[in-house]
Design a protein around this ligand. Sequence first.
Ligand SMILES: [Zn+2]
Length: 111
Amino acid sequence: MGAVRKIKTKRRTRDYDQVRADIDSPKHLTQYKATKDAEDLPGLGKHYCVECSKWFESEYNLVAHTKGKNHKRRLRLLREEPHSQKIAEAAVGLGTDNGLRQQETVVDMED
Ligand SMILES: [Zn+2]
């Protein structure tokens, strides 16, 4: 008992790629907000941090949050390059052959 680690879904925020889409496209964000009922949200959904995908009870709480550690960490993560298939392939040595290596691998057979 207790050995299985469950993924906590209650506190789960949106994935970074979703948040990036929110930042790039206000329409995307509006569509996401439309899936929520304002009456169920803290502060009736008026105080929202786009980067963290969180609602706050008041403007004061939101401002305090944007100055906080969690928010800044989130901003830093969002600035980093999104993961892509190309990066994943590069990590295992695939797909980034740009031909420069050829010069190094020429074997000198004169001996
Ligand atoms: Zn935030």
